[in-house]
Design a protein around this ligand. Structure first.
Ligand SMILES: C[S@@+](CC[C@H](N)C(=O)[O-])C[C@H]1O[C@@H](n2cnc3c(N)ncnc32)[C@H](O)[C@@H]1O
Length: 270
């Protein structure tokens, strides 16, 4: 899988600026699951594919130490700029070979990233690093979105869904993994105690400029830019125009409800 875009500073700056898809509800589910399966104390969490550290910072208050690992230095550089918690450490590393001892991790977490990992290698590494009773939690947004606003919901949702579909065409492999909601990874996890929770709905209040920044933060948009810059720029301009044609030209500050369905894979080592 081609992941070189993640090393690009422009991508990381756009990611830091535009990404807001983080779910409090999923975070709560993950922590409750860990409490049930392993119990306290929560000593060490790993956030694999931590990117600019959004989910790493969310975990920090609950653990003695959190290590955010990512294969991209430009992502980690943004994460370090944004992080003040003293119990967070960032380290460059692949998720398939983590810089920790065997049976040392309470929670292995990953948000919006596991679709880039090698499922078999990551599953083996999970079994190596987790403590007995330790948990794996992988979460992502699904590819189903809805934008609600007065009587424009259907039109706005259709415009956004078409845009997402177009972006997913830039990497069919990743698109399939997301559409299957991590079926292959789920199968590869060598624990009996595992489950997938789907359709966890979160609502974000956003403006059209927020949505445009979100698209600019998506790796698949940067793949598109690399493949055909002119078409990618035109795609964004057309998307913005379509939103304003529905909402009216002066709707930049209008608050829309972006409904996102998250899914989460949970597993616990015996
Ligand atoms: C879409 S970002 C998600 C970042 C963050 N977890 C969040 O929720 O915003 C995906 C991240 O996974 C990282 N990544 C992709 N494949 C990886 C791998 N095999 N090992 C470690 N990091 C990886 C990328 O560098 C990128 O920062």
């Amino acid at each position: 899988m081609d992941t070189h875009i993640f090393q690009n500073k422009d991508f990381s700056a756009a990611y830091q600026k535009g990404m807001f898809l983080v779910s409090e509800k999923v975070n709560h589910l993950v922590l409750s699951y860990l409490e049930e399966k392993k119990g306290k104390p929560f000593e060490l969490a790993i956030d694999a594919g931590c990117g600019t550290g959004i989910s790493t910072r969310m975990l920090a208050p609950y653990f003695q130490k959190v290590i955010g690992i990512d294969m991209s230095e430009s992502q980690l550089s943004e994460a370090r700029k944004m992080t003040s918690q003293k119990n967070i450490h960032y380290q460059i590393s692949k998720a398939e070979k983590m810089p920790v001892d065997d049976s040392s991790v309470d929670l292995l977490h990953s948000a919006l990233a596991a679709h880039w990992f090698d499922p078999e290698m990551f599953a083996q590494e999970t079994a190596r690093v987790l403590k007995p009773g330790g948990c794996l939690a992988l979460q992502s947004a699904s590819v189903v979105f809805e934008i609600r606003y007065n009587d424009c919901t259907e039109k706005l949702s259709r415009i956004f869904s078409e845009a997402i579909k177009k972006l997913l065409e830039n990497d069919k492999h990743v698109a399939d993994i997301l559409k299957s909601q991590y079926e292959d990874i789920f199968r590869a996890i060598p624990f009996l105690d595992k489950k997938r929770i789907t359709d966890i709905q979160e609502t974000f209040l956003v403006t059209v400029p927020d949505i445009m920044d979100l698209i600019r933060a998506v790796c698949l948009y940067h793949t598109f830019l690399e493949q055909d810059k002119e078409k990618a720029v035109e795609f964004l301009q057309d998307l913005e125009k379509s939103f304003f044609s529905v909402l009216g030209e002066s709707a930049s500050d209008t608050r829309l409800e972006l409904n996102v369905k998250f899914f989460c894979l949970l597993a616990s080592k015996a």
